[in-house]
Design a protein around this ligand. Structure first.
Ligand code: FAD
Length: 446
């Protein structure tokens, strides 16, 4: 039970899923093995073609690469090329029913990128740009991973490995199988067949749609600012409009988002006022979907010779899922190469990383609960708006609430850090002060 199973020269690893988690795993496993002097084979098996436009090539996401991930990647020597980045985000514009205000990046650097996971929305004509997921998969290919196109449809455990079969008849036995399958319920069943104690993550429905507005309209109405909305609308925890090349991506996060909730959001005055007055947004919408998001980590996401990573295991609540995929993928690769691939090895060296993400999400849930209370209270929202408007005129190191909101919106910092900063007595004093002055004076700013 407590024995380690070690990989050796010639060992074969299958990575099911070539999204960020799968590509990061392959990249780091090959990198660590090279440093360790071990010669392994890594196959990435992916069912989608990320060079396709529309749903066939897309892994449904807001497409924001957080500051913390950009920083981590650059320390690994991975710099996102300009043809993957559709726009550098310089600021956030926060919209409430009471008014709106711009929150500048705390460090005055353009370090958040917006991108498309596939080639882009249905009908996209821009052939010079590259898909983010394709870029990462190519990166792991350059490291030595073999890319296999197909969907895995069968998994079978043998005494010394796991056999995979794809829909197209490909079959191979592996020493380790890595599940980087996002939130694909059908593929989860294949993992439950080889590890019956695996409990998939809990999910809820979100919404994404794209508006094809063209560069001129986007420059005029959105610029390089991501627009975020804290509105008193049921089920919505967070709404955003993200400019990307010729498109604006709308993202709604919360619980069980449906058509009616989307319509209410689009019809609200703060959202309408971001777009030109006379346009019918339905005429500009080539793509929309209701993807699931991970809201509670998986249980028993590993066993002898198998491990799940990224969204399939633990993620960051509502934000920076790609950053969490990077963290879990790297931890799994480190464990597999340097420690071993038994249940015991993963429990000792991989589980603590997932536990840390899960614990941070408990604080995240509390932060979003407080945000919901604020969303419902016009008085608190007025106070918050007054405070941020004032802070934006101050030196950067005195913008306490702005930095809390920035990191909550971008997902750049752990929720635990954000929470600790909300306990700053100056922040609390200023929020109370601005809420009372807001009651007396009132605020409407733009
Ligand atoms: C509305 C919304 C907005 C989001 N916005 C952001 C954001 O702005 N920034 C951010 O960092 N994160 C965001 N996320 C989260 C982010 O999308 C995920 O955390 C991230 O995609 C997880 O990566 P992954 O590799 O684990 O899974 P995925 O990206 O889902 O990749 C899984 C891959 O596995 C493949 N696969 C599944 N089953 C099989 C099979 N049987 N055979 C072969 N291949 C298979 C799939 O085709 C897919 O390519 C958002 C999520 C949602 C829902």
């Amino acid at each position: 039970m407590n024995k380690s199973i070690e990989l050796k020269d010639g060992s074969q690893i299958a990575v099911i899923g070539g999204g960020p988690a799968g590509s990061f795993f392959a990249y780091f496993a090959l990198d660590f093995a090279e440093r360790y002097g071990m010669d392994i084979g890594v196959d990435i098996i992916e069912g989608k073609d990320f060079n396709c436009a529309g749903p066939t090539g897309c892994n449904h996401c807001g497409g924001i690469v957080s500051e913390s991930l950009i920083q981590s990647l650059s320390t690994e020597g991975i710099i996102l090329p300009s043809n993957v980045i559709r726009r550098g985000i310089e600021s956030y514009t926060m919209h409430l029913e009471q008014g709106s205000t711009v929150i500048e990046t705390p460090l005055n650097e353009q370090r958040i990128a917006s991108m498309f996971r596939g080639l882009g929305p249905r009908g996209i004509k821009d052939n010079e740009q590259l898909s983010f997921d394709n870029y990462l998969m190519e990166l792991s290919h350059q490291k030595g991973a073999t890319l296999i196109s197909g969907r895995v449809t069968e998994t079978k455990k043998t005494p010394d490995g796991i056999v995979l079969k794809t829909k197209d008849g490909f079959e191979k036995k592996y020493d380790l199988v890595v599940g980087a399958v996002g939130l694909n319920a059908r593929t989860f069943k294949l993992f439950q067949q080889i590890n019956p104690s695996f409990v998939p993550p809990k999910t809820t429905k979100t919404h994404i749609c794209e508006f094809h507005l063209g560069k001129d309209m986007i420059n005029e109405y959105f610029g390089n600012s991501m627009h975020v909305f804290l509105l008193n609308l049921p089920n919505i925890k967070f709404g955003a409009l993200i400019p990307k090349g010729n498109y604006v991506t709308m993202v709604l996060l919360g619980s069980d988002i449906n058509k009616e909730i989307v319509a209410a959001f689009l019809e609200s005055e703060p959202v309408r006022s971001c777009f030109p007055e006379d346009i019918d947004l339905n005429d500009y919408m080539p793509c929309q979907c209701y993807p699931s998001i991970n809201i509670l980590g998986a249980k028993s996401a590993f066993d002898d010779r198998m491990i799940l990573i990224g969204d399939s295991a633990s993620s960051k609540l509502y934000k920076n899922g790609i950053g969490a995929a990077y963290i879990t993928a790297k931890a799994a690769a480190r464990t597999a190469i340097f420690e071993g691939v038994s249940k015991h090895d993963f429990k000792k060296h991989y589980q603590p990383v997932c536990n840390e993400l899960d614990r941070d999400n408990i604080i995240g849930k509390f932060i979003f609960l407080v945000t919901t209370v604020i969303q419902k209270s016009p008085i608190l929202k007025k106070g918050l708006l007054r405070m941020v408007v004032k802070e934006q005129k101050k030196e950067k190191n005195k913008r306490y609430m702005s930095s809390v909101l920035w990191d909550t919106f971008t997902g750049s910092a752990p929720y635990t850090d954000i929470f600790k900063r909300t306990l700053n007595p100056i922040l609390i004093k200023n929020l109370i002060g601005n809420t009372f002055s807001g009651l007396i004076i009132g605020t409407k700013s733009k």
